[in-house]
Design a protein around this ligand. Structure first.
Ligand code: ATR
Length: 281
């Protein structure tokens, strides 16, 4: 059993140097006067299982799991929460009665960010159409969140149609899988648009989708936060659409983990956002 008084948490992944999670959790530890720690740990894939087995004896109360271990963590925890079960990936670990639990807070982070900056984004969702660009790992949490909020239709556009089709089969018959090239013929019906691909991170990236015919009331968001204003968000802004950047998702997804490990539900405030923003520059 762990006899350490200070509660210790971590984020593990490979590579891990870029992770902003320590900034977030160390800010909250300080703000709430909690004697705890949160550190980055580089764990390569072949060492992940051993790392998990030794977690508790190494004094950890829990932590975050990031790429490439989210699916391995899903396989290895003793219990999964309902959300992780559905998403098929774990990003948060904690112990309850010495049992290792795995949860997924990405869907929560996504909706909490939108709720913070655009209260009405999912109002009357049962009459709204969402479009999701990309069908990779990151997209699963987004689909979960949109279905939870009750969107009547979700158009899932991907370069590889088959991947989108698989997700539609797995998640819901509300999802219409289409090819990226077909987005233009659907865009005029879209109330909510989210990019889950890495397109837009680099200057010479193509736009993931042409939005010139999107509804003037549409809300546009991107889960990429480097740069904060992706090409898609810039274009949406130029069209006077409501836009929300992806940084808030990173901040909000950290909330449930901190609460589980350190017993206090932390606040996402402007000071924290500025702190992380400064590190992105
Ligand atoms: P992750 O699993 O972390 O989300 P990923 O497996 O690289 O990352 O998938 C990211 C998504 O971005 C996928 O939907 C991918 O499309 P494919 O399924 O066709 O591979 C999409 N994507 C990545 N680069 C792209 C590009 N240059 N053009 C269009 N889509 C792209």
């Amino acid at each position: 059993m762990n006899k350490t008084k200070i509660k210790q948490a971590f984020v593990c992944g490979f590579p891990i140097a870029h992770s902003k999670s320590p900034i977030i959790h160390n800010y909250w530890l300080k703000q709430n006067n909690i004697a705890g720690s949160y550190e980055k740990i580089a764990v390569e894939s072949e060492n992940f299982n051993a790392f998990i087995i030794e977690l508790q004896q190494n004094g950890f109360t829990g932590g975050n799991v990031t790429l490439p271990h989210k699916e391995a963590a899903f396989q290895q925890v003793q219990k999964l929460d309902e959300v992780a079960q559905k998403i098929g990936a774990v990003n948060t670990l904690w112990y309850e009665n010495d049992i290792l639990y795995g949860g997924n807070t990405d869907a929560y982070g996504f909706t909490a960010n939108l709720d913070q900056y655009c209260e009405d984004w999912s109002k009357n969702a049962d009459q709204k159409t969402a479009m999701v660009i990309g069908a990779g790992g990151a997209c699963r949490a987004i689909l979960y969140a949109l279905l939870e909020r009750g969107f009547s239709k979700i158009i899932l556009a991907n370069r590889t149609l088959k991947t989108a089709q698989k997700l539609a089969d797995e998640f819901s018959d509300k999802i219409l899988p289409i090819n990226l090239e077909e987005t233009s013929s659907h865009i005029s019906s879209v109330d909510f648009l989210v990019n889950t691909t890495s397109l837009g991170m680099y200057e010479d990236d193509a736009l993931p989708v042409d939005i010139k015919n999107i509804k003037s009331t549409a809300v546009v968001t991107d889960i990429v936060y480097t740069p904060l204003k992706t090409k898609l968000l810039k274009q949406a802004e130029a069209m006077n659409l409501k836009t929300i950047d992806g940084l808030g998702m990173l901040l909000h997804q950290a909330v449930p983990g901190f609460e589980k490990w350190f017993g206090v539900r932390p606040q996402v405030n402007q000071e924290l956002r500025n702190l992380v923003l400064a590190e992105l520059k």
